[in-house]
Design a protein around this ligand. Structure first.
Ligand code: ATP
Ligand code: MG
Length: 575
């Protein structure tokens, strides 16, 4: 881990980051506004390539681009950078729109595709040819690589570099007309083969590629390269600030070259910021696609995926993700953010908003021997102590209840304030009970507990006797059966790419990242839940109903996060 990464993992560094960096892009914009650039307009865009689902890194970029537009009373476009038809798909186009909207942002009617501009981009290319600034090159990809040179050595000029404008125009038109096989020729910008910046060594701007495009069909057999299409799409849309990630820093001179050498109406300015990386998470689309295709996860929206669809299904809220993006800020240097911070953000939001419910995940039956068999009563309990407006609800209580297996120890260690033979605990919003007896089956495992309840200790009556432990519980007769899916980090190591030489990140997959519990007992009010609802199961964590598999007959809950907040601890330590 680099020093930078280590620093980013401390609360102090994070604080500093927020203060230092939330301004660096805004400072540039403020200065542009001060000197009257762009007539005071601020217009950004979010430009995904529709070749995968969006992930939490994209969410950072979305929050940044749409957030800045909102802050400056500007606009933000959604633009699909669909210049590479081999990997792109309509499924992705749709999921991307869903995700941006779900995060809470709106592009009004400004949804565009780079493919909308194919004709215009083609014309731009002809203009460069006519101006002697682009040429058709017949070098093979291998030859081109040889000619390109290295970081230390300048490149060599292509033998086709000095073709006349007429010849180039003729060849380029024939490329478009489909006269040459795939890969036979390219159109290259004529810039500088000896430039210290390899991006400027006559980059390819068009390639021949007979691939069906999800929008333009088979109209084109030549496609513009990203480096050509991107700046010009920005210019066509009158973008003022083109915010992108750091790996494009060395492409900026090329970006500017296209803008300067073509008659575009506006001159967008590229600004780079650091990509988001998270511990225990892979963020590369190639890897995420592999995890989906090879079945390591159930799909792009598997709740263990860092995709927005996965986070949504896991129970994350848009508010939590926006809060997270705000807190990490924008930096100019790459860093790795502790996934604990993301979890902290969702806990904070759910703590304020999620209804409290009781659910027993690994049930152990308790019979209250002095509670009449045919009796039941409705006890009252709060829906969310953090939100008085959330009100109260009734929970049924009866002779047989379930408690958590873990909450009983036959042979308890010291300071075990839960249930044990002869020991007392309070049942949340109910009574104090005392364990008399342990009933075992023939194999020696515990079948049920026999307890007494103390009728004088009913919660809320003012006559409450105090005991150290309080347990959650569910009335056996009223309980609803449910499936609960416990999720953990998908990778065992903070850096999933930390593998021995020649190793594969997939060997770091956490085999315990999903534990499915069937036969959980949940309180009957949860019968009313709808797909996507969020709850705090007392003492267990935050849970949501699964967006795909939940039905009232077969309730399925996902654990979003446990209650243990590692980040809060880090923050405390840092104080
Ligand atoms: P690809 O390798 O397919 O280009 P990508 O992750 O760059 O993958 P894009 O669809 O091109 O995906 O990304 C859309 C926008 O989101 C770009 O502006 C990109 O810079 C930004 N982005 C992508 N990943 C991150 C990340 N981890 N953190 C912040 N921004 C990101
Ligand atoms: Mg990209």
């Amino acid at each position: 881990m680099s020093e930078d990464n280590e620093r980013a993992n401390t609360a102090d560094a994070k604080e500093e980051n927020v203060k230092r960096t939330s301004n660096f892009i805004k400072e540039i914009i403020n200065e542009d506004l001060r000197i009257g650039k762009n007539n005071g307009r601020v217009h950004t865009r979010f430009p995904p390539e529709p070749n995968g689902y969006l992930h939490i890194g994209h969410a950072k970029s979305i929050c940044l681009n749409f957030g800045i537009a909102a802050e400056y009373n500007g606009l933000c476009n959604l633009r699909f950078d669909d210049t590479n038809p081999t990997k792109e798909d309509v499924e992705y186009v749709e999921s991307i729109q869903d995700d941006v909207r779900w995060l809470g942002f709106d592009w009004d009617n400004r949804m565009y595709y780079a493919s909308d501009y194919f004709e215009q981009l083609y014309e731009f290319a002809e203009m460069l040819i006519k101006a002697g600034k682009a040429y058709v090159c017949d070098l093979s990809p291998e030859q081109m690589r040889e000619y390109r040179g290295t970081l230390k050595e300048p490149g060599r000029e292509s033998p086709y570099r000095n073709r006349s404008a007429e010849e180039n125009l003729d060849l380029f038109r024939r490329m478009r007309a489909g006269e040459f096989p795939d890969g036979a020729r390219t159109l290259r910008a004529k810039i500088d083969m000896s430039s210290g910046n390899i991006n400027l060594r006559d980059p390819v701007i068009y390639r021949i590629q007979r691939t069906h495009h999800h929008r333009t069909g088979d109209t084109w057999c030549i496609y513009p390269m990203y480096d050509f299409a991107h700046p010009l799409s920005d210019a066509i849309e009158n973008i003022t600030h083109s915010i992108c990630t750091l790996e494009f820093e060395n492409n900026r001179p090329l970006y500017d070259w296209f803008i300067e050498n073509l008659p575009v109406k506006s001159r967008p300015r590229q600004i780079e910021f650091a990509r988001l990386n998270l511990t225990y998470t892979v963020m590369s689309k190639r890897k995420l696609l592999e995890l989906v295709q090879k079945g390591y996860v159930s799909g792009w929206d598997d709740p263990r995926m860092p995709t927005i669809a996965g986070l949504r299904r896991r129970g994350y809220t848009p508010e939590a993700i926006r809060d997270f993006s705000e807190r990490i800020g924008v930096a100019k240097a790459d860093s790795v953010v502790d996934v604990g911070l993301l979890e902290h953000c969702v806990r904070e939001h759910l703590n304020k908003t999620a209804l409290r419910r009781m659910a027993v995940l690994r049930p152990l039956k308790v019979v209250l021997v002095n509670y009449p068999e045919d009796r039941f009563e409705e006890l009252e309990t709060e829906n969310n102590p953090e939100d008085p407006g959330a009100g109260k609800r009734a929970i049924p209580f009866s002779r047989e209840i379930f408690i958590e297996e873990d909450d009983f120890r036959e042979d308890p260690p010291k300071k075990f304030f839960r249930l044990a033979p002869g020991q007392e605990v309070r049942l949340k919003s109910a009574y104090i009970i005392k364990c008399l007896d342990v009933v075992k089956d023939s194999s020696g495992s515990i079948k049920e507990l026999r307890c007494t309840y103390d009728p004088e200790t009913k919660s809320g009556t003012g006559s409450e006797r105090k005991v150290k432990g309080t347990l959650h519980w569910v009335s056996a007769r009223h309980a609803v059966d449910a499936e609960v899916r416990l999720y953990d980090h998908l990778f065992l190591k903070p850096n999933p790419d930390d593998v021995p030489e020649g190793g594969d990140y997939k060997t770091n997959i956490n085999p315990q990242s999903l534990i499915v519990l069937k036969g959980c007992k949940i309180e009957p009010s949860l019968r009313e839940a709808n797909a996507g609802d969020k709850f705090q199961f007392l003492r267990q964590g935050y849970f949501c109903t699964d967006l795909k598999d939940f039905t009232p007959e077969h309730p399925v809950f996902n654990r979003t996060v446990s209650l243990k907040d590692s980040w809060a601890k880090i923050e405390k330590k840092g104080e």
